[in-house]
Design a protein around this ligand. Structure first.
Ligand code: GLN
Length: 562
C-alpha cells in the first residue's frame, strides 16, 4: 500500500478535505485505485452526537457509520463507498486501547500513548486502507490519509507520531506527505507572505516529518518568487510547490492540480510512474466548464432549523447542485429559518417573518430537509401546507416527510391533535411514532442507521419512474421515528399514497400526493448517494417539477430513450 498523507498548517478551514479528495481524483485519473481515511483528532467516538450548527452535517455511510462530512467529499469525488472505520477519531482509538487493557491483553504492561496508542493508530490505518471501497476486489493502490486539524494542535500529536513511524516502516517509496498551507496577502503592500507556511513546515519537521509537496492556498496565483522563497525555506523543490488559488467551483481543483503536474510529483515520490497512465480528466473538465457557463438558475427554498451554517446541510446542497446541473441550471438556494415562518415570529420579529414568507413565495420549489427536535417545526408545517395548497413542488426528507404527514392529517383529515411522539411524547394521536429496529426500552443506538431496502409498491408513481423503474432502492437512513402503521389506511383514503415500504411492509419509506404536481416525502436521506453526473432521483424530480420538465422527462424515460 502506498500512502499519501495530507496535513494542514496555519489555519483551519483551508479546504484541506477538497484538496485531499482532489489529489485522490487525479491519482484515480491516472488509472490507480484509490481509497481514503479521514482522521479527526477529537474525543467524540464519531460525529453522530455532534451538532450540525457547530460541526456541519453528520454524513451517513452504507454501514450506518455517522461520520465527518469530509467522507462525503471523498465518496462524491472518488465515487467510492467508505466504511465507518475509514473515519478515525481519538475516541475510537482510545476506546479500542482501553477495551484491550480491560481484557488484560497488555499482559501487565504500563499502557501508554507511545507505543500503545500510536501502535493502535498505525494498525488501524494499515488494516482499513486494505478494505476495497470501489466495488473491485483486493486493496487499492493508494490510500489518501487526511489528518484533520492543524499541525501543532496538542490533540493531533499522537497521530503525527504514529504517521512518522508509519512513514519509516513502509519506506521512502510508499509514503508521500503533502502539506496544505495558506499564503496570505497583506493589505497595502499586497505581498504574498510565506512566513506562516515556513513556521508550520518547521513545526512538521521538528516532529520528524518532511513534506514532499506543499499545496498552497491563496486568493490569486502564486508568484514565481513566492514559490522560490517557499522552496528555499521549506526544503521543498519548486516543482513540488502546488498552488490552489481560488477557483469558480471546486471541480476545478483536480484540474488545477493536474495542470501543475501534481500527479508526476506524487507518482515519482511513490515510485508509481511506470504503472500510471496520463491523467484522464475529461469528465471533470466538462463538468467544471459546464457549470461556469450556466446562466439560468432555479430558486429553491430550503426550510430548516440549522440554516446559519451552509455546511449543516452540505450533502443536500450538493445533491441539489447535481440535480440542477443535469437540468442545465444553477441552483439558487434561499435559506429560510423555519421559525421565521410561524405565527410567533409574526408577533416578535415581524420583519423577519415577512421576509421569510416573501422568499418562500418567490421560490420555484420547497425542500424541508432532515432534523431533530421540535424547534422550527411549526414553520416547516406552514411551508408544507403552502406547497400543498399552491401546487408548489415539495420534497420532504426524513423529518420533512414526517412534517408532510402531520400537516396533511391535521389539515385534510381535520385531526388537529395529531403529532409526532418526538415533539409530544404524550400525544393522544401519534401519527409519527418511535419505531426503533432493536429494543424499545433501550435509548442507546436506537437510531435506524445506514442502507436499507425500500420496495416500490407500484411502478405507477413518480418516484419509481424517477428511480428508472427499479423494483427497489437502497438508500441511507438516520432516524428514530416513523409514520404510524395504524394510520396508513386512513391517510391513504384521504389521498396520500405510500408508494415505497420496507421489506416488512410496516415502515413507510416513500410518500406521494398524486393530486399534486410533485409532493414527495422520503424517510431516507437520498442526498448521501447523489453523485456529480448521477443525480439522486428525488432531487432530480424536484428540480424537473420546479421547471415544468417533469412530465416530459418521465414520458421520455418510459419510452426507453433515456
Ligand atoms: N427526528 C426525526 C427522527 O428521528 C427525523 C430524523 C431526520 O430527519 N434525520 O425520526
Amino acid at each position: 500500500m502506498k500512502y499519501v498523507l495530507v496535513t494542514g498548517g496555519v489555519v483551519s478551514g483551508l479546504g484541506k478535505g477538497v484538496t485531499a479528495s482532489s489529489i485522490g481524483v487525479v491519482l484515480k485519473a491516472c488509472g490507480l485505485r484509490v481509497t481514503s481515511i479521514k482522521i479527526d483528532p477529537y474525543l467524540n467516538t464519531d460525529a453522530g452526537t455532534m451538532s450540525p450548527f457547530e460541526h456541519g452535517e453528520v454524513f451517513v455511510l452504507d454501514d450506518g457509520g455517522e461520520v465527518d462530512l469530509d467522507l462525503g467529499n471523498y465518496e462524491r469525488f472518488l465515487d467510492v463507498r467508505l466504511t465507518r472505520d475509514n473515519n478515525i477519531t481519538t475516541g475510537k482509538i482510545y476506546q479500542s486501547v482501553l477495551d484491550k487493557e480491560r481484557k488484560g491483553d497488555y499482559l501487565g504492561k504500563t499502557v501508554q500513548v507511545v507505543p500503545h496508542i500510536t501502535d493502535a493508530i498505525k494498525n488501524w490505518i494499515e488494516s482499513v486502507s486494505a478494505i476495497p471501497v470501489d466495488g473491485e476486489e483486493g486493496p487499492a493502490d493508494v490510500c489518501v490519509v487526511e489528518l484533520g486539524g492543524t499541525v501543532g494542535d496538542i490533540e493531533s500529536m499522537p497521530f503525527l507520531e504514529a504517521l512518522r513511524q508509519l512513514s519509516f516502516s513502509v519506506g521512502q517509496d510508499n509514503f508521500c506527505l503533502i502539506h496544505v498551507s495558506l499564503i496570505p496577502v497583506l493589505g497595502v503592500v499586497g505581498e504574498q507572505k510565506t512566513k506562516p507556511t515556513q513556521h508550520s513546515v518547521r513545526e512538521l519537521r521538528a516532529l520528524g516529518l518532511t513534506p514532499h509537496l506543499l499545496a498552497c492556498r491563496s486568493a490569486q496565483p502564486l508568484l514565481e518568487n513566492t514559490k522560490e522563497k517557499l522552496s528555499q525555506f521549506c526544503h521543498v523543490q519548486v516543482g513540488n510547490i502546488l498552488n490552489i488559488h481560488d477557483v469558480p467551483n471546486i471541480w476545478h481543483v483536480p484540474l488545477l492540480l493536474r495542470n501543475q503536474n501534481a500527479h508526476d510529483a506524487i507518482l515519482k515520490q511513490l515510485d508509481l510512474l511506470r504503472v500510471a497512465t496520463r491523467p484522464d480528466l475529461q469528465e471533470w473538465t466538462k463538468r467544471a466548464e459546464t457549470f461556469d457557463n450556466l446562466t439560468n438558475s432555479v430558486r429553491i427554498a430550503m426550510v430548516g432549523k440549522y440554516v446559519g451554517l451552509n455546511d449543516s446541510y452540505l450533502s443536500v446542497v450538493k445533491a441539489l447542485l447535481h440535480a440542477c446541473i443535469a437540468c442545465s441550471l444553477k441552483p439558487s438556494v434561499d435559506w429560510i429559518a423555519a421559525s421565521d415562518l410561524d405565527d410567533d415570529s409574526k408577533q416578535l420579529t415581524p420583519e423577519a417573518h415577512a421576509a421569510a414568507w416573501e422568499t418562500l413565495r418567490n421560490a420555484a420549489c420547497i425542500l424541508v430537509p432532515g432534523g431533530f427536535g421540535d424547534r422550527g417545526v411549526k414553520g416547516m408545517m406552514l411551508a408544507a401546507k403552502y406547497a400543498r395548497e399552491n401546487e408548489v413542488p415539495y420534497l420532504g426528507i426524513c423529518l420533512g416527510m414526517q412534517i408532510f404527514v402531520i400537516e396533511f392529517a391535521r389539515s385534510v383529515l381535520h385531526l388537529e391533535t395529531v403529532n409526532s411522539e418526538e415533539f409530544d411524547a404524550e400525544t393522544p394521536n401519534p401519527v409519527v411514532i418511535f419505531m426503533p429496529e432493536g429494543s424499545r426500552t433501550q435509548m442507546g443506538s436506537t437510531m435506524r442507521l445506514g442502507s436499507r431496502r425500500t420496495l416500490f409498491q407500484t411502478p405507477d408513481c413518480i418516484t419509481a419512474k424517477l428511480y428508472h423503474n427499479s423494483e427497489y432502492v437502497e438508500e441511507r437512513h438516520r432516524h428514530r421515528y416513523e409514520v404510524n402503521p395504524d394510520m396508513i389506511s386512513m391517510l391513504e383514503e384521504a389521498g396520500l399514497t405510500f408508494v415505497g415500504k420496507d421489506e416488512s411492509g410496516k415502515r413507510m419509506e416513500i410518500l406521494e400526493l398524486p393530486s399534486h404536481p410533485f409532493y414527495v416525502g422520503v424517510q431516507f436521506h437520498p442526498e448521501f448517494k447523489s453523485r456529480p453526473g448521477r443525480p439522486s432521483a428525488p432531487f432530480l424530480g424536484l428540480i424537473l417539477a420546479a421547471t415544468g420538465q417533469l412530465e416530459a422527462y418521465v414520458t421520455k424515460h418510459q419510452n426507453g430513450s433515456l
